[in-house]
Write a protein that binds this ligand. Structure first.
Ligand SMILES: [Fe+2]
Length: 190
């Protein structure tokens, strides 16, 4: 299995609070995951999700973006680090929201084989029949290499250079929203 999958890192109440926080932060529609690296590799990936970058830095000291409501995302990161016994250098933190039928296209988050993407499934209540699976695929999405169900609070760690996508809620559930929090990490080399 290429993905690391962790359940039970967060108390239920934390995921409820995280979900509420995300649903009260205005999102944008200009959120294209890993677009440049995806194009560089010649992968089709061309989706536009609702989302927002809440934290981004170009280097260890140069922080380009820090949303005023970011603290809960750093709380989540610390809980992941403490649970896994690791430390991560986080370059960016992103919120994604997909409505029914809004399937992500296959894309990569980075060309580097050393970078990891950490994703939290942050919608606090979910029925399996709603869909929303996370998939590793081939370049045009015709072959699913690995698939993981959407489970509230689930954390998935993937190599950022592997092609992946998140499926939106199925089309017959128009009022279901699938949110994720994504941490883009680099190796700690300082
Ligand atoms: Fe991604």
């Amino acid at each position: 299995m290429l993905c690391e999958v962790y359940d039970n890192i967060f108390p239920k109440q934390f995921i409820i609070d995280l979900d509420n926080k995300i649903k009260n932060i205005p999102l944008e529609t200009s959120n294209i995951s890993g677009a440049k690296d995806t194009r560089d590799r010649g992968i089709v990936g061309n989706h536009r999700l609702f989302g927002l970058c809440v934290f981004y830095r170009l280097g260890i000291n140069r922080v380009n973006k820090l949303h005023e409501e970011s603290e809960i995302f750093f709380d989540a990161l610390e809980m992941i680090e403490n649970s896994l016994g690791r430390k991560y250098y986080v370059e960016g933190i992103h919120i994604n929201l997909q409505h029914s039928g809004c399937d992500g296209s296959p894309h990569i988050d980075s060309n580097s084989q050393y970078e990891k993407t950490i994703m939290i499934m942050s919608t606090c209540y979910w029925e399996k029949e709603w869909g929303g699976q996370f998939q590793l695929t081939n370049e045009d999405g015709t072959n699913i290499i690995e698939e993981h169900e959407y489970v509230p609070g689930r954390v998935i760690v993937i190599p950022s250079s592997h092609i992946h996508r998140g499926l939106g809620p199925k089309i017959n559930y128009p009022y279901v929203y699938r949110t994720t929090v994504v941490f883009r990490t680099k190796p700690l080399t300082f």
